[in-house]
Design a protein around this ligand. Structure first.
Ligand SMILES: [Zn+2]
Ligand SMILES: [Zn+2]
Length: 446
């Protein structure tokens, strides 16, 4: 498989003298399988030079698949400048997540309305086919691709391609589910020692991969002031990838304020984190213009990774749109905020201001998902969760625990009792919507 980086910058393109070696274009990565199947991860501004390259070098007509992580600007802004879309005869399959604000073509058409751009989406010459993806394993252009939700304040997808006897993951944009990463009562560096189920699932998704390309926008020093913005630190990414036995790691989605010298230092520090973890993984900061043909490695896809992929059914969820959500929380302000954002995302919301009333409403209304506060007058969230998990009809019901006291003890106990997710307050409306969708998808696969 051939991999080329066309855009490695996060948030906004940064032209100029300083980011010369690492590049200034936003997210865009090309992967071509040995049989000539071409996949493009994201369409940031790097898609413009990629388009020019393909016109000159790719077999005609151009056929390719675009795998969008999500539709934030820095991942779609190159699409209207991607030359192959203007040429009749070319065939493009555009895959991405269905978000809260419409289908993929609706969102892409939005950025090409005449207010923003002179050509509308409908008048592009190429044949474009759209595919809304959800979590699971999909056959795309004859290649097996596993998809898993990322933690980002938008519905965002991570991709794992299995082809040519190797595995490649593209994981942008993603933020730790929980900090610190490791349980304090266990040895760090192992999957079992990861505290939050979401981070453990994310690491398991990378397990035994040959190549991982991962968002690593911030340093650990920068992160606290940018929490909930949806990006990772190199310490988190290297720690996770080392625990997952990844062979080669590319840190990407570089912050616009990080110049070449700064990224050199990040690369050195990240290699230090890998060495301290006893990992032989090769770590580097992704550079625009980098390309390498990865040889097939028979050891790349281990039986572990195979079984992990096979465990993800390919079926679409029964319904990925509107859900009936029960919110059990004695904090009225929070209920108002959550109700507002969830109803805007198309869900129906019912509310209980305590545990006893909540359990009654579960039996009466049979919600699709529960948002559960931990600290309420008895029965508190832990007791409600225990009750739900002991009842056959609600044993697998997705439950997102919300808490203002984001301590390790609460997180551990919640997961031990069977919480699907654990989210600390305060959180933003798009974050809540993305986590709710992801939890519902996980629960459907169980
Ligand atoms: Zn981004
Ligand atoms: Zn983003």
């Amino acid at each position: 498989m051939l991999i080329r980086f066309w855009g490695t910058r996060g948030s906004i393109a940064t032209p100029g003298e300083s980011p010369v070696r690492y590049g200034g274009n936003t997210s865009c990565v090309e992967a071509v399988t040995d049989s000539g199947r071409r996949f493009i991860f994201d369409c940031g501004t790097g898609a413009r030079p990629l388009g020019g390259y393909l016109l000159g070098n790719a077999p005609k007509p151009i056929e390719l698949t675009i795998l969008l992580s999500h539709t934030h600007w820095d991942h779609i802004q190159g699409f209207p400048f991607f030359a192959p879309v203007f040429i009749p005869g070319n065939r493009i399959t555009m895959c991405g997540p269905k978000g809260a604000n419409g289908s993929l073509p609706e969102v892409l058409a939005g950025q090409m309305e005449y207010t923003y751009f002179p050509v509308d989406l409908a008048s592009l010459g190429a044949k474009i086919e759209y595919r809304d993806l959800t979590e699971g394993t999909h056959d795309i252009d004859g290649v097996r691709i596993a998809v898993q939700y990322l933690n980002h304040p938008a519905v965002a997808l991570g991709y794992r391609i299995e082809a040519d006897g190797m595995s490649l993951l593209y994981l942008c944009d993603h933020e730790p589910y929980w900090e610190p990463l490791w349980r304090s009562d266990q040895e760090p560096g192992r999957l079992e020692s990861i505290l939050h189920d979401g981070d453990r699932r994310h690491a398991a998704f990378m397990q035994n991969a040959d190549v991982v390309i991962h968002d690593s926008q911030y340093t650990p020093e920068e992160y606290p002031a940018r929490k909930n913005w949806g990006h990772s630190t190199y310490t988190y990414v290297v720690g996770m990838a080392a625990a997952a036995n990844v062979k080669r790691l590319f840190l990407t989605h570089h912050d616009p304020t990080h110049n070449d010298e700064f990224l050199d230092r990040i690369e050195e520090a990240a290699r230090g984190v890998a060495a301290a973890a006893g990992s032989s993984m090769k770590v580097e900061c992704a550079r625009e213009g980098f390309e390498e043909k990865f040889n097939t490695s028979a050891s790349g896809v281990t039986s572990d990774a195979e079984s992990q992929l096979n465990a993800v059914p390919s079926a679409e969820p029964a319904h990925s749109g509107s859900m009936l959500i029960l919110m059990i929380d004695d904090d009225e302000d929070l209920r108002i905020l959550a109700r507002k954002s969830l109803t805007k995302a198309g869900h129906r919301v019912i509310e209980a201001d305590g545990g006893a009333e909540g359990l009654k409403m579960v039996a009466e209304h049979k919600p699709d998902l529960i948002l559960l506060d931990l600290f309420m007058p008895p029965p508190d969230g832990f007791e409600v969760l225990r009750e739900l998990r002991s009842n056959e009809t609600t044993r697998l019901l997705p439950v997102v625990v919300l808490t203002a006291h984001g301590d390790e003890e609460g997180a551990r106990k919640s997961f031990e009792l069977g919480a699907t997710d654990f989210l600390a307050k305060p959180f933003s409306p798009p974050q809540l919507d993305a986590r709710v969708r992801a939890c519902f998808a996980h629960a459907q696969r169980q």
